[in-house]
Design a protein around this ligand. Structure first.
Ligand code: BGC
Length: 640
């Protein structure tokens, strides 16, 4: 019988379990003096008397307990190759990403098993070495293994296990770091205070903007699921939907104070205003449209254009009409058809004055926060299936809106810019970093979050072939530009709280988010590397600072823009603009009115008047300094 065959027979035909059983039997039936040597004896048995291995094929050479590790290595290599070869947005790439996610979780679940096995292997090696040494010194009875050479005592079985474990673990980290890693700014980048005026001149066609969303500022929107959530929802722990008993109510009354908001924009000098059209105003009942509400939005866009400000219109910013909620909301796939009808109506009305659109704001936030942790409507907790259904519907809604807006686009209509419309989502991206870059598992988990939370939806949207109704737009893709909302970074630490904010290096905002000023740079670099052809628009970035003066906002904005400037100028990343969240203080969803994001402060408990913040003054100065040398424009694509 060849040595390899003997090895295979010892394990049994069915792998791990029979191998372990065989080892257990061996140790139980050995003589008493052999019991301490059982592990080493079992390890020795596979080898031929001359210590050489036979030719049993690759499989027979891999020890059974190392097979999961070896399989994991193989999957890692395949993912690495596939990710490198598959074109961005293609189906194979999406499949690879999905496998990647599954692989991550399997690795995390297997980690304790592997660690246990590694200890077992090391212990067996130590015991065998000690036994060999004792036997050599004549202090132990001579047994079969005493004649073995040290190399055989350690044997290729435990060494193979340990090697496979180590390689797969390192590979895991290396692949993750390679695939997702960003590039940090040079150390000390923020140490020298750089006056915005002299340092931060952006390209001529770069746009400066500010944003709001209908429910957060307009007021009076009680035909939405958010209104119902505020009024009716109580969590299991007894807490109400909105903190501190706030209700959105009149909010900043922007529905009736657009002129005040426009004055703020003009005072700042911004050239782009992002706001959302409220679906429940436009279509208060299914299929019945409110022309006068639509006319007001048309009027706003005309006024904006007249003032030299490009409107960027969002169709869905977290809210839906109640009739839609009663039909099952995002869990009912017919949502996409209703959304398409609404998008078409708005597209026809605003087409002549609007070229830039955001279809859906923050798909992952809507789904995860609404279905996993009950912070948003419908207030579910831990409902994974619901989360997936919501993500799916939101992706379909983007596709439907993308098609509708392109279909009704009035390229050369009077008042328009003679440009085809451009549509994207606004995707919330978090900068995920491992606490220890040398620790592959942390790098890998950070990579998993990056892949799942940040990119999964984007990958789906770039998959042109999956779009209902055939090719999309001139670019044949589901995104004409890349809209990114970015606020904070998260640290992945398996030794710590698994995923947490870095509170030691950064100031913390009133949302309890770390103000990491280098993260905007890193996110932009990452996404440029991921999709070099898509121009990037920062559709939201900002911080909640309600103190007077708002020193954290000033510092965070200035430093973040220094980073963005480095990406745009030194690294030549095509970022077409920066839109600050928010123009004015707003209703901050489940957190109520306490966190203040505005460049202008709103007097919530009084007359709702808008007043300057220091952050607003900084932004104004920066825009003015750029304008003084001819830099800064309305929102446009790089080639325009
Ligand atoms: C949302 C905004 C929100 C902001 C600050 C973004 O995720 O789009 O509606 O106000 O974050 O929390």
């Amino acid at each position: 019988m060849s040595a390899a065959r003997g090895f295979v027979e010892l394990q049994g035909a069915d792998g791990w379990e029979s191998s372990i059983a065989a080892r257990t039997r061996t140790s139980r039936t050995s003589a008493a003096s052999d019991s301490a040597n059982a592990a080493a004896t079992a390890d020795d048995e596979p080898h031929a008397a001359d210590g050489k291995r036979g030719d049993g094929g690759l499989c027979a050479r891999i020890p059974p307990l190392a097979r999961p590790a070896a399989t994991s290595c193989a999957i890692g290599v395949v993912c690495l190759l596939a990710a490198a070869l598959a074109p961005q947005g293609s189906l194979p790439r999406v499949v690879v990403l999905d496998c990647w996610g599954v692989w991550a979780w399997i690795n995390i679940l297997l980690l304790p098993l592997w660690l246990w096995h590694l200890c077992r292997v090391l212990l067996a090696g130590m015991r065998a070495t000690a036994r060999f040494g004792l036997a050599r010194a004549g202090l132990a009875p001579r047994g079969p293994s005493e004649r073995a050479e040290p190399a055989l005592v350690f044997g290729w079985l435990p060494a193979g296990d340990a090697f496979a474990l180590l390689v797969s673990w390192l590979l895991l980290g290396a692949v993750s770091t390679w695939a997702w890693g960003g590039r940090a700014l040079p150390a000390g980048f923020f140490d020298t205070p750089a006056p915005p005026s002299s340092e931060l001149i952006f390209p001529d066609n770069f746009t400066w903007g500010a944003a709001t969303a209908a429910y957060q500022v307009e007021g009076g929107l009680n035909n939405t699921q958010w209104y119902r959530f505020e009024q009716e929802f109580t969590r299991k722990d007894g807490s109400r939907a909105i903190a501190d008993g706030w209700e959105c109510g009149l909010a900043a009354d922007s529905w009736n104070r657009f002129d005040e908001d426009l004055s703020c924009m003009l005072a700042l000098g911004i050239k782009t205003y992002r706001f959302s059209v409220e679906w429940s105003r436009i279509e208060p009942r299914r299929g019945s449209f409110n022309a006068s509400a639509m006319a007001r939005y048309v009027d706003w866009t005309r006024q904006l254009r007249g003032a030299g400000i490009e409107p960027l219109v969002t169709l869905h910013h977290f809210t839906e009409p109640l009739w839609r909620t009663d039909l099952g909301g995002l869990e009912n796939a017919s949502m996409a058809d209703d959304f398409e009808r609404y998008a078409r109506y708005v597209g026809v009305a605003l087409g002549p004055t609007v070229d830039f659109w955001v279809s859906v704001n923050e798909i992952m936030v809507v789904a995860l926060v609404g279905w996993l942790n009950s912070e948003f409507p419908p207030g579910r907790s831990g409902d994974l299936a619901g989360t997936m259904r919501a993500i799916h519907t939101l992706v379909e809604m983007h596709r439907a809106a993308y098609r509708a807006l392109h279909d009704v686009d009035t390229v050369a209509a009077a008042g328009g810019q003679g440009r085809p419309c451009l549509v994207s989502v606004a995707q919330n991206v978090v900068l995920w970093s491992p606490a220890n870059t040398w620790f592959p598992t942390e790098a890998f988990v950070a990579g998993f979050y990056e892949g799942f939370y940040n990119r999964w939806v984007l990958e789906q949207l770039l998959r042109a072939r999956a779009v209902r109704g055939g090719p999309l737009g001139a670019r044949g893709s589901g995104l004409d530009y890349l809209g990114l909302n970015h606020y904070f970074s998260q640290v992945v630490s398996l030794g710590g709280a698994y995923m947490h904010y870095d509170r030691t290096h950064f100031a913390i905002s009133d949302m309890d988010w770390p103000l990491d000023p280098g993260s905007l740079y890193q996110v932009v670099m990452q996404y440029h590397r991921w999709s070099p052809d898509l121009p990037i628009l920062i559709t939201e970035h900002g911080c909640a600072d309600g103190q007077v003066p708002d020193a954290r906002r000033v510092d965070f904005t200035r430093k973040s823009l220094m980073g963005l400037h480095a990406a745009v100028t030194a690294a030549d990343v095509p970022v077409i603009g920066y839109i600050h969240w928010a123009l004015i203080d707003n209703f901050e969803w489940a957190a109520g009115f306490t966190p203040r994001f505005g460049l202008f402060r709103v007097n919530w408990l009084g007359d709702l008047a808008r007043s300057w913040t220091d952050g607003g003054l900084l932004y104004k100065a920066l825009i003015a300094e750029n304008a003084a040398v001819g830099a800064g424009s309305r929102l446009q694509m790089p080639s325009a």
